[in-house]
Design a protein around this ligand. Sequence first.
Ligand SMILES: *[C@@H]1O[C@H](CO)[C@@H](O)[C@H](O)[C@H]1NC(C)=O
Ligand SMILES: *[C@@H]1O[C@H](CO)[C@@H](O)[C@H](O)[C@H]1NC(C)=O
Ligand SMILES: *[C@@H]1O[C@H](CO)[C@@H](O)[C@H](O)[C@H]1NC(C)=O
Ligand SMILES: *[C@@H]1O[C@H](CO)[C@@H](O)[C@H](O)[C@H]1NC(C)=O
Ligand SMILES: *[C@@H]1O[C@H](CO)[C@@H](O)[C@H](O)[C@H]1NC(C)=O
Ligand SMILES: *[C@@H]1O[C@H](CO)[C@@H](O)[C@H](O)[C@H]1NC(C)=O
Ligand SMILES: *[C@@H]1O[C@H](CO)[C@@H](O)[C@H](O)[C@H]1NC(C)=O
Length: 412
Amino acid sequence: MVPLQILVIAFSLTLAPGYGAGAAVPRSVNTVETVAEWLQLEYGFATDQDRENAEAAGNLVPANGTPIDVQPQYFSNGTMRLFTTIPRFVSGVPYTLATVSATNGTNGPLLQPYPSYDWHNDNGDDCDRITSVYRVSITECNQMWVMDTGAIGTTKYCTPQLLQFDLNTDTLLHRYRFPNNTYTPDASLFITPSVLVQDPAPEGSCNSTMVYVADVTFHGLVVYDHEAQTSWRVENRFMYPNPDYGKHTIANETFYLMDGMFALTNDKSNLYFHPMATASEFAVPLSELNNQTNWANNPEALPEQFTELGSRGSECAASAIDGKNNIYCVTFNPIQLIMWNVNSTYDSENLVVLPAEADELQFVSGMKVVENAEGQEELWLISNRFQKIAEGTLDFSEVNFRILRRNLDDVQ
Ligand SMILES: *[C@@H]1O[C@H](CO)[C@@H](O)[C@H](O)[C@H]1NC(C)=O
Ligand SMILES: *[C@@H]1O[C@H](CO)[C@@H](O)[C@H](O)[C@H]1NC(C)=O
Ligand SMILES: *[C@@H]1O[C@H](CO)[C@@H](O)[C@H](O)[C@H]1NC(C)=O
Ligand SMILES: *[C@@H]1O[C@H](CO)[C@@H](O)[C@H](O)[C@H]1NC(C)=O
Ligand SMILES: *[C@@H]1O[C@H](CO)[C@@H](O)[C@H](O)[C@H]1NC(C)=O
Ligand SMILES: *[C@@H]1O[C@H](CO)[C@@H](O)[C@H](O)[C@H]1NC(C)=O
Ligand SMILES: *[C@@H]1O[C@H](CO)[C@@H](O)[C@H](O)[C@H]1NC(C)=O
């Protein structure tokens, strides 16, 4: 397949169709700035006892930790709290959900366990705690949904669960354990939650919430209806990895990974999604996904409702959507931050490349759009050198992990 020639924006922002010809050209193009960086993760603990417990459990091997997701929480006074996740795809990870503190360690800022160290399931023996988290999602209700896989490495210790935390009090509001008809214990891995709050505060109760979950290794989607306390499985051929894109090259290094269903975003009307091993983007209407009757007898129902939108010519991992329905993603080869508006066709005309340093982006495994205290939207990214992690060639004398931020006012 011939890679698409993607439109590059330089200093005078070239506006893609969909932004309207003749729209005011922004004064300047924003840059991507580094907020935090690590040579290797630095684990902090509230007490020496917590650190000793982590060591005793064999869970303090800093070289094993890879940060995968980022999620900022802005307070009304303009300060913020930054969350990250460290999934336990290997052992040696003392906690899997963390905040990034303001204290610097030797290799980068110190992490702190969230909500506390004793919430973390040391070796898979307490399923009421958190076992392993790839990604989280904070809603407009100031609640954080945490997708816990229940697995350490390839061993499934616990039922996958969604945890809903109140970020005002840092307490658990709700726990949902997925029923066994929504996954296959030996094969499924729930990695990404995309949340839709249909009754946001202050008017609404935030109870009418849907969470769409990607099953990366058993190639499906699970829809969780919070109000009805039920969930169902949806499968479609577009959720499978494409073997033509199972070999990945990032910054001249190659690895193989047949990851299926990976990134999910929604604009309140459609779910946009892609497996990792593909160059295409896909969509399905939420109205169909949200109707449990459609899928009750057959998770592979309604194949005609799923659309292949188009190709970007390269794989990308995480995605995020802003309030103007622009979806962002970082392609592997070449490494580029791209933006596409859902109202336009998914083609080279409408895929806009935003300036960014390829060396800083590398593999972007987590991405969010958040509103800051001034009401402006920002794109947040977390990058790691996954191509080196996959090949075991990580070099801890260089910066391996970065949290990056970009204001979006110029492109909106
Ligand atoms: C800002 O608000 C947060 C949350 O209420 C609080 O924890 C923090 O101390 C405040 N910071 C300042 C500088 O006022
Ligand atoms: C931590 O390190 C960063 C980068 O070197 C620096 O910008 C920041 O000021 C340091 N923070 C503190 C609290 O020392
Ligand atoms: C799923 O759980 C139900 C209720 O606990 C149980 O009866 C059933 O055997 C389980 N099915 C499988 C496939 O494990
Ligand atoms: C929302 O859900 C909570 C917890 O399930 C419940 O206590 C509350 O009454 C619900 N609120 C509304 C308006 O339904
Ligand atoms: C990839 O290899 C080419 C050719 O050797 C080199 O010019 C380029 O700088 C390399 N890129 C990176 C990101 O290492
Ligand atoms: C849900 O789907 C079923 C068919 O699968 C249909 O009969 C029903 O009208 C739909 N419900 C809504 C609210 O659209
Ligand atoms: C996209 O299309 C919808 C429906 O036609 C319209 O309401 C919305 O304003 C459009 N958004 C943008 C960013 O053009």
